[in-house]
Ligand binder design. Structure first.
Ligand SMILES: *Cc1c(COP(=O)(O)O)cnc(C)c1O
Length: 462
């Protein structure tokens, strides 16, 4: 399998090179040249396979001959052995729908599914190339801790994660700073998440520095992350439907368009998905895109589901590439226009096609809280606020006779304040959080200054 960039200036690179490249060198996003197909017979066989076996069947279609099968299998097995549930991402039937629990990884959010795999892929590829990597990332909470857990203790990798001091939730902060492995550097910056992103841009923009220190990124533009997320759509189908003549619908709480784009690819691969429900909070640029052909950037508002408080969805360009019939020239023109005007409008013909791919709903704070409350009182199950956004939209679009699977993107204990606000009691603490307050922490408080961060990196780089 070969990989290409949405912007057309990178093509014919291997899966391994695509993983190491992250963002394409022409500024675009990498995609496989062809989308592999899974036939009905294979789909039927998934019903009796484990998560790791299904993951291998899917992922190996995208890696081609890049890995010996046994080695890829070992990487996958290692990645999901860190999950506390034997089924990795179990599906439970509750209150007339299905909940796909993606939060049994080390940091209790679905980002572990992708970042555990990416960490192990980096480790393998760096050893093979006798190279090393210094990962620099900025986080508003979930991604940073999942990335830290993805690479903690690994040789050849140091990771530097900036979070805005005092502006992430106490649990998110503890999840990051209690990882005291020698290769993990937590930086609390005196500033905002936007300051962190600005520093990232400036540091990565210094190409000489980037090369000298082998800088790597962990944001959601790496295709391996999308790939890991395709797997659980197939897994859910295998457990809920089993046989290939049935249909399934999914509801996806959406921010950066990564998770739902993986569902879109699963459908292109032949998974019989009827509806893909795109659910947003009040930051609804993607809902407006689907329902009105209006992709225009508004101001970010703070909600109960902070991991979806996003206006510019970094994976959107991947979908746009298919929407524009893989025309890189047109895509480049469209993205250039967007960079200037911060908005895109789509014709009726294109809107029709978007409507064939997705249905969408914006779920506000009131409805999110009500959904958490109703769900808890009808079946005793506690939803985290991100998942509740998806469940609300999923119920709205549910059809007779077609199972609706709602992706549960975080454990409720991660967002305890919102849970307590909704149901009047705190969520149960999973094992991994018990006693976390007492664990030793390591974190450096620094000014939000690019030169200071660069100096820190230079001193501590591997
Ligand atoms: C990141 C995140 C999302 C949004 O996923 P995208 O792939 O960015 O659309 C939703 N819920 C939680 C808990 C998250 O951490």
């Amino acid at each position: 399998m070969r990989y290409i960039s949405t912007r057309g200036q990178v093509d014919n690179i291997s899966f391994k090179d695509a993983v190491m490249m992250g963002l394409a060198t022409d500024g675009g996003l990498l995609l496989p040249e062809k989308i592999p197909l899974i036939d009905a017979q294979q789909l039927d066989a998934f019903a009796s396979m484990s998560y790791a076996q299904i993951a291998f069947a899917i992922i190996s279609r995208f890696t081609g001959d890049d890995f010996p099968a046994a080695e890829l299998r070992a990487i996958i097995e290692r990645s999901y052995a860190s999950f506390t549930h034997a089924q990795v991402t179990p599906v439970v039937a509750k209150d007339g729908i299905h909940i796909l629990e993606l939060f049994h990884g080390p940091t209790l959010a679905f980002k572990d599914v992708a970042l555990q795999l990416l960490g192990n892929l980096f480790e393998y590829l760096l050893a093979e190339r006798d190279s090393k990597m210094n990962i620099l990332g900025a986080t508003s909470g979930d991604t940073g801790s999942a990335a830290i857990y993805g690479v903690r203790g690994k040789e050849r990798i140091n990771i530097f994660i900036m979070h805005p001091h005092g502006k992430v939730s106490p649990i998110q902060e503890m999840q990051m700073t209690t990882v005291t492995d020698a290769n993990v550097f937590n930086l609390a910056i005196r500033g905002t998440f936007d300051d962190g992103q600005r520093i990232i841009k400036e540091v990565f923009g210094d190409l000489e520095f980037k090369e000298r220190y082998h800088l790597g990124a962990i944001n959601s533009i790496n295709f391996a992350r999308v790939l890991a997320q395709i797997v659980y759509y197939f897994y859910a189908f295998s457990r809920v439907c089993g046989s290939s003549d049935k249909q399934i619908d999914f509801a996806v709480p959406t921010g950066n368009f990564g998770d739902i784009f993986a569902g879109y690819l699963a459908k292109q691969m032949g998974l019989p998905i009827g509806r893909l429900v795109l659910a947003t909070n009040e930051n609804n640029i993607l809902e407006r895109f689907v329902n009105a052909g209006d992709y225009s950037v508004g101001a970010v508002v703070e909600t109960l589901s902070p991991s979806m408080d996003i206006q510019i969805a970094s994976n959107f360009e991947r979908y746009l590439f298919y929407l524009l019939d893989r025309d890189s020239t047109r895509l480049r023109r469209t993205m250039d226009e967007f960079a200037v005007t911060h908005r895109l409008d789509f014709s009726t013909a294109i809107r029709q096609r978007i409507g064939d791919d997705f249905v969408a709903m914006c779920v506000d704070t009131q409805h999110t809280l009500a959904q958490m409350r109703d769900f808890h009182s009808s079946c005793g199950y506690v939803l985290d606020p991100h998942t509740a956004v998806g469940v609300h939209a999923g119920k709205h679009f549910q059809r007779d006779g077609v199972p609706m699977v709602c992706l549960a993107t975080a454990h409720p204990a991660k967002f305890a304040a919102a849970v307590e606000q909704a149901i009047g009691q705190p969520p149960q603490q999973p094992q991994s959080l018990q006693g976390i307050e007492q664990r030793p922490r390591r974190c450096q408080l620094v000014d939000a200054d690019t030169t200071i961060i660069k100096n820190y990196l230079a001193e501590n780089a591997i």
